[in-house]
Write a protein that binds this ligand. Structure first.
Ligand SMILES: NC(=O)c1ccc[n+]([C@@H]2O[C@H](COP(=O)([O-])OP(=O)(O)OC[C@H]3O[C@@H](n4cnc5c(N)ncnc54)[C@H](OP(=O)(O)O)[C@@H]3O)[C@@H](O)[C@H]2O)c1
Length: 315
């Protein structure tokens, strides 16, 4: 089968598009025929070796943490899945991923794919959607009537976070550039502001206060401290990239989130997609053979938004 493979950490040049053996399922596993994977920034982080202490991959490694596809083969001890079932899932970050025509997946990491929309496009949901869900509701316990600042709302996680926060009844302020503003407005964002200029932005100087600040942008410790300062007494700062410091005097808690695969939560997100409550935004669909170019575009901040990678067999 065709797959994207790398044998050492490095720039996008380490990614090769090659023929490798189709995997076989072990106990509790299935093989999924991949309709698409999606590019996540963590794929580039792992490829570059920046996360090797957290996710130690074995070489040769196939990237691609998100999968959408159909069950191709069922391993021993698996119940509930049959060949042909359409599924989505977030795969273990240290195992071989779905940038391939077939991937092995733990059966319990998968959930039934949305029935609305293209199966391949649902590869844009798992990791980003789960990150948004876990940050908002597991960490920050966001409730109706609360105010939230979502910094970096124009990205994949931010798009889901805006929609889920609005559904929960929160009042949402989103930072985004012009290219994402209309989409976020359609998602119900109450207020959209430009990227934060940490020294000068009116938001900071006006001493705006939010119950929750969700920071999806890579920020320095000083910038994270400014964001923690925007959290009201007793509130929460959650960062996907930058940890902030608790402020015990004001009972402000700060936490960095590490997303985990959760098929039950993912099923909840899929239901929302099928109910029309949650939109999956796919900005670009590229052939799997262009994985290295997609990583390059990400490294150079040229990606137009959430990008899925589609194997040749389903192009
Ligand atoms: N810790 C975890 O478990 C975890 C899980 C998932 C993601 N992450 C991390 O969280 C971050 C977001 O992930 P993602 O998948 O949403 O990434 P993404 O889709 O690549 O997000 C890129 C978007 O970030 C926005 N952005 C860039 N610089 C900004 C700035 N200075 N201020 C405001 N917005 C800015 C841009 O939005 P505009 O279009 O508005 O310009 C851009 O489209 C990534 O760094 C990722 O690595 C961490």
């Amino acid at each position: 089968m065709k797959a994207v493979v790398y044998r050492r950490y490095g720039g996008s040049e380490v990614l090769k598009y090659e023929d490798i053996e189709r995997p076989v399922p072990g106990q509790g596993q299935v093989v999924v025929k991949v309709a698409a994977t999606s590019f996540n920034p963590v794929d580039a982080g792992i490829r570059g070796g920046y996360l090797s202490e957290v996710y130690a991959v074995r070489f040769p490694h196939v990237p691609g943490v998100d999968v959408a596809g159909t069950i191709f083969q069922v391993g021993d001890g698996v119940q509930g899945w049959e060949v042909g079932d359409a599924v989505v899932g977030m795969l273990p970050l240290d195992a071989n991923g779905a940038a391939a025509e077939y991937v092995v997946a733990p059966a319990d990491a998968l959930t039934t794919a949305p029935t609305s929309g293209e199966l391949a496009d649902s590869a844009a949901l798992p990791t980003a959607g789960l990150t948004a869900w876990q940050a908002l509701f597991e960490v920050a316990s966001l409730r109706a009537g609360q105010t939230i600042l979502i910094n970096g709302a124009g990205g994949a996680v931010g798009g889901y976070a805006v929609q889920l926060a609005k559904e929960a009844g929160a009042v949402v302020t989103a930072t985004a550039s012009a290219r994402s503003a209309d989409r976020l407005r359609n998602y119900g964002a109450d207020r959209i502001i430009d990227y934060i200029d940490y020294g000068a932005t009116p938001l900071v100087s006006a001493g705006a206060v939010f119950d929750v600040v969700l920071n999806l942008v890579s920020t320095s410790a000083e910038e994270a401290a400014v964001l923690v300062g925007l959290v009201g007494d007793g509130g929460f700062y959650v960062g996907t990239m930058a940890a902030g410091q608790d402020d015990p005097k004001r009972r402000v808690r700060a936490q960095r989130i590490f997303v985990r695969s959760d098929a039950v939560q993912l099923a909840g997100l899929v239901n929302r997609v099928d109910d029309g409550q949650l939109s999956i935004d796919v900005a670009d669909r590229r052939p799997l053979s262009e994985a290295a170019a997609v990583h390059d575009d990400s490294d150079a901040n040229r990606l137009p938004g959430k990008t899925i990678l589609v194997p040749r067999s389903v192009e």
